[in-house]
Design a protein around this ligand. Sequence first.
Ligand SMILES: Cc1cc2nc3c(=O)[nH]c(=O)nc-3n(C[C@H](O)[C@H](O)[C@H](O)COP(=O)(O)OP(=O)(O)OC[C@H]3O[C@@H](n4cnc5c(N)ncnc54)[C@H](O)[C@@H]3O)c2cc1C
Length: 396
Amino acid sequence: MAELNINKNKCVGCGNCIKACPTCALFLQEDKAVVDEEKCILCSMCIDTCPYDAISLETKKCSITAADTYSGVWVFVEQHVGEIKPVSYELLGKGRELADRRKSQLTAVILGNHIRQTSKELIARGADRVIFCDHEKLGKQHDEYYANALTTILSGETPEIFLFGATSFGRSLAPRIAARLQTGLTADCTQLEIDEETGCLHQTRPAFGGNLMATIVCPEHRPQMATVRPGVMKALDIDENRNGQLIEVNYRPDISENVEILNEVNEEAAETIADAPIIISAGRGIGSHKNMALVNRLASLMGAQVGVSRPLVDTGWSEYRHQIGQTGAVVAPKLLITCGISGAIQHLAGISGAHTIIAINSDSEAPIFSVAHYKIVGDCVEVLKRLIAEMETKQN
Ligand SMILES: Cc1cc2nc3c(=O)[nH]c(=O)nc-3n(C[C@H](O)[C@H](O)[C@H](O)COP(=O)(O)OP(=O)(O)OC[C@H]3O[C@@H](n4cnc5c(N)ncnc54)[C@H](O)[C@@H]3O)c2cc1C
């Protein structure tokens, strides 16, 4: 855990830090700054304002008793009707890296009905062990049964880290598990780093409406739990030569059902850009609402999905589910074509995982070009029309 440290020898009592503190956690005592730990939120604003380098943020060592008994990285692998969500592969990629750095094992946990075959695949995706529970009650994504089964699996196990995808189901299930284990949970992370010395997982996520990136640690409890946004981490290549252990846990439901699932709506039916392999995205440079028809047409010709920058959602030209960026979706398509997008930092936060970016912008100095692999300087409306004409000719 972090702690604000004030060096009394350096502090001259100038009071700059007191003015900068948004929570009134600092005050003067005998002409030296003092911190009220109850009020301090460790935002670091005071550190930057101190001209004498008297303030620092120090990371305390993990204070859990017998922290060493917790070991291993666990990933909850989400599947639906036998199909694994891509974010689970991405988590196995990150989990592998964290487990290697901690010199521990990576365990994939998968629940469902008729999933034995699906479970085996997870070893090729990076897991050392796969724990699976196969039961008809786990055929549907029912939080109560899943939480019950996971608790059964976890009894006697002491993972150091447990990761879930920030899907709608992962966001619902992870807090139930965190509450049962009496540990913390950081939601919607976009970055995970391990402090090899303390074993603390640094879990970074947008905060205050995306204006700040906050790094959160869970020093007092284990496992350290996080949900991670889809499309941010990189999945590993499949390696059929990897060896691992497949462990089946027998599950006997011992709960009274409080929630009955009447109907499941197929998520795939609703367009989701997070997993799209090709995205055509539009920004303010598209000029007018009617030009969105060109973006939609090219997307349909290329079998792509449509993404947009935030101003297009704000003006009502598009819906929020199409928004890419820090406060929208994080995408990792094989091909991304941006049309009239400047490349603001908040937008770039959503496209860093894109494999190939073709940017169209009339301004040759637009920041988007610094991340693009191919650059087209010109009017995006004209370029779109020509691309559509070209594709239509090819199709006929
Ligand atoms: C807390 C916070 C969170 C945010 N979250 C997001 C987010 O999630 N996603 C997001 O996108 N933004 C987000 N924003 C907004 C972000 O800062 C930018 O304002 C936004 O991304 C700009 O969108 P844009 O590139 O479409 O528009 P602009 O910045 O206005 O850029 C338009 C671009 O189009 C080019 N252009 C103009 N005419 C043409 C033409 N005819 N042909 C080709 N190019 C042309 C211009 O040269 C320019 O580069 C956030 C902002 C804040 C403060």
